[in-house]
Design a protein around this ligand. Structure first.
Ligand code: WTA
Length: 680
């Protein structure tokens, strides 16, 4: 079964803004060629099933009475006590299912102990070096209980914060669920982050414990995680213990604060009674980049968050008990939290966890993993797909991918030509694609085709289609008025939804300011979008200073303060350049202090400084040394101008809405001057 694919020849004209975003050479040529008729043949072969307007009706009812819809969904979870009120909305603070109590680990594991899933594989783990481990729900239950007891023995209590800084091994899931079991709030820090990033997060959250490993594997090399932790612990006053998992057996130094994972679990009881937690109990904090220089601690609840995930995994992916779900995200990001850990496990699905990168040691890893373990759903990023396209079709074609029934993407806009490649080369025209839009803050998917309720909704390559049932979204202009079809505007959420962040950790003011003050009563996503005449949403990139590099969020401000923290740099401005592979890459404009000449050597030093301070994902693609930064009369950096230069545009383009009354001539002059100054 498959959704119908609409293409541009099918009456749909790509909205002009979308065309601009993707470039004019997108698949227009393909679409006029035989490829389209082949696409239609594929679709016919895939037997379109027409089930009427079920989806429309459900969506309409769910939006009109969203509380009732979410209440129904919440009943799919296991509760110790049902809630008194579905939603308590004291803008901008929402409490979902207040009065109710539950435990996230019970919902992911205990609930399967009396079902047919008990001895089913929960996690099929695939290591970078062909190592494989399979963990059943029963085994996962045991591991989580024992580790939860070990945490308790170390003095971790309900409400404490615990940092998890582990590679992609099953223990990361065990650690998260064990925290959830005893009511400790977990903070997973991506294992590619630096010692400083780790210390900042541990300090901001006042964490008591760090769970790490001696080392993790990445591209055949050992990342010395424990060493990075050692560097950071010097500056974390709240820290009491470091738990170390033996993974790479590299040489490490154990201090008084350190304990081995395998030793602390040795004599623990097999069962740990789960804490009875309020629906609003903070399940986790996940730090993410915003428009400020400092990462924000996005705080998620238990009951609301799990309800959103239970519902969206079902609606979007149409989970079936026979599914083998392969989400390629690292657990260090929100996609890993929601769709590697909580969503699939609540449903008793078998999931694949892959330790490595898509192209090491060979350029076929995802396809090899799909074939080897018989994945039925693949959920990955446009960046990974763009990389695979570069390697050519022969690689995926040499694998048996026939187990796949559904494909998904997340994290950035997918170019229609990449979509088409995914559909044809990977899905062989048999698998619908769900393009899912959401954010760390939204907790779960907000926009997507929902294959779970209706498979007749036509897919439009490059569009994330509609809000999921129960979610109400709109596109508005500068004044907060809903814009006409095909007009670009700000993407907003009109009503609270259960997966929404509760607040920013210990920063209610910033929460209110960043998300709720732009237009009163609506949540500001920070994205541009437009809706076409059929009601499909098209994402048009960020409207703020957040960059999306290979699907990862980075803030220009954070990068700028990192540059300026180096003694050679007086001033910095960072912007994004459209990148064929990564979606966006980082370009920095730097003004150096007078005693530092702009040398190639210094470029390397500064690149290294960013790598060490934030992590390898923040390494800039280009560093331009300039004599001064272009500023408006009131001293604001002209970011649009920098973006044009970074993108090697000939002119700055539309100057109709210049901030600050800076004259058009002035800007043009600065633009030309700066362009001439830049040596690539
Ligand atoms: C972008 C990732 C276009 C968007 C789950 C959003 C997307 C940001 C899509 C959140 C998509 C995510 N199409 N853009 N399907 N999905 N984005 O917090 O800019 O890492 O605001 O969450 O990613 O990034 P985050």
């Amino acid at each position: 079964m498959i959704s119908r694919v609409l293409t541009y020849s099918d009456k749909i004209n790509l909205p002009p803004n979308v065309l601009k975003l993707f470039g004019s050479n997108i698949i227009m040529s393909d679409l006029k060629s035989n490829k389209v008729s082949k696409l239609y043949e594929d679709i016919k072969r895939a037997k379109i099933s027409l089930q009427g307007k079920k989806y429309d009706i459900l969506r309409k009812n769910a939006v009109e009475d969203s509380e009732q819809f979410w209440e129904q969904q919440a009943k799919n979870l296991v509760w110790f006590k049902y809630w008194d009120r579905t939603l308590t909305w004291d803008p901008p603070f929402a409490k979902w299912f207040a009065g109710g109590s539950l435990n996230a680990s019970v919902n992911c594991i205990d609930r399967h102990m009396d079902s047919q899933f008990k001895n089913k594989a929960a996690i099929i783990w695939q290591g970078e070096n062909e190592e494989t481990r399979t963990i059943t729900y029963y085994q996962l239950f045991k591991h989580v209980n024992i580790f939860a007891n070990a945490l308790k023995s170390l003095g971790v209590k309900k409400g404490d914060r615990v940092i998890i800084y582990l590679p992609m091994v099953p223990e990361v899931v065990i650690a998260m669920l064990a925290c959830a079991r005893i009511g400790a709030t977990h903070i997973v820090v991506f294992s590619g982050f630096s010692a400083k990033a780790l210390a900042d997060r541990a300090n901001d959250s006042e964490s008591k414990v760090i769970i790490t490993a001696d080392g993790g594997y990445r591209r055949g090399k050992i990342i010395e995680l424990k060493k990075i932790v050692d560097e950071s612990t010097l500056s974390i006053p709240s820290l009491e213990k470091v738990i170390v998992l033996k993974r790479a057996s590299n040489d490490i130094k154990m201090t008084n604060m350190d304990v081995w994972w395998h030793e602390i679990v040795q004599n623990e009881q097999q069962y740990c009674k789960p804490e009875i937690l309020a629906s609003t109990h903070p399940l986790f904090i996940l730090y993410t980049s915003g428009t400020t220089g400092k990462p924000k601690g996005v705080l998620h609840s238990t009951g609301g968050y799990l309800t959103h995930l239970y519902a969206t995994t079902k609606l979007v992916f149409d989970f079936r008990s026979t599914d083998i779900f392969f989400c390629t995200a690292d657990v260090g990001w929100i996609t890993g939290h929601s769709y590697v850990v909580y969503g699939p496990l609540m449903h008793g699905i078998t999931e694949i966890m892959y330790e490595g990168t898509p192209d090491y040691p060979t350029t076929d890893r995802y396809w090899a993993v799909v074939e080897k373990h018989g994945a039925t759903i693949l959920y990955t990023t446009p960046t990974a797909l763009r990389m695979y396209i570069k390697f050519g079709d022969n690689t995926p074609k040499s694998f048996d991918l026939s187990s796949l029934r559904l494909l998904g993407t997340v994290g950035e806009p997918i170019n229609p030509d990449v979509w088409q490649w995914y559909f044809e080369t990977i899905g062989k025209g048999n698998c619908p694609i769900v393009d899912t839009w959401w954010q760390t803050e939204t907790g779960g998917i907000m926009l997507s085709t929902c294959t779970g309720i209706d498979d007749t909704i036509p897919m439009k390559p490059g569009s994330a289609s509609f809000p999921v049932p129960g979610v109400d979204m709109a596109i508005v202009d500068e004044h907060g008025e809903v814009v006409d079809a095909n007009k670009k505007g700000y993407l907003m959420v009109k009503k609270p939804w259960p997966g929404m962040l509760m607040t920013l950790w210990r920063n209610d003011n910033a929460y209110q300011d960043l998300y709720w003050n732009k237009f009163k009563g609506m949540y500001y996503t920070g994205d541009y979008a437009l809706m076409d005449e059929d009601g499909y949403f098209w994402l048009l990139g960020r409207s703020d200073d957040v960059l999306k590099v290979a699907g990862h969020r980075l803030s220009s401000m954070e990068l700028e303060s990192t540059f300026v923290s180096h003694k050679a740099v007086a001033e910095a401005a960072v912007t994004g350049r459209l990148d064929q592979k990564k979606g966006e890459s980082i370009i920095a404009f730097l003004v150096l202090r007078s005693d530092y000449p702009p040398t190639e050597e210094l470029r390397k030093v500064l690149t290294d400084h960013v790598r060490k301070t934030i992590g390898p994902i923040a390494v800039p693609e280009g560093i331009y040394f300039v004599s001064k930064l272009p500023k408006t009369r009131s001293g604001k950096i002209m970011r649009r101008l920098l973006k044009s230069i970074a993108n090697r545009e000939d002119s700055i383009g539309d100057l109709t809405t210049l901030e600050d009354n800076t004259s058009v001539d002035e800007v043009k002059h600065v633009f030309n001057q700066l362009k001439n100054e830049i040596v690539e």
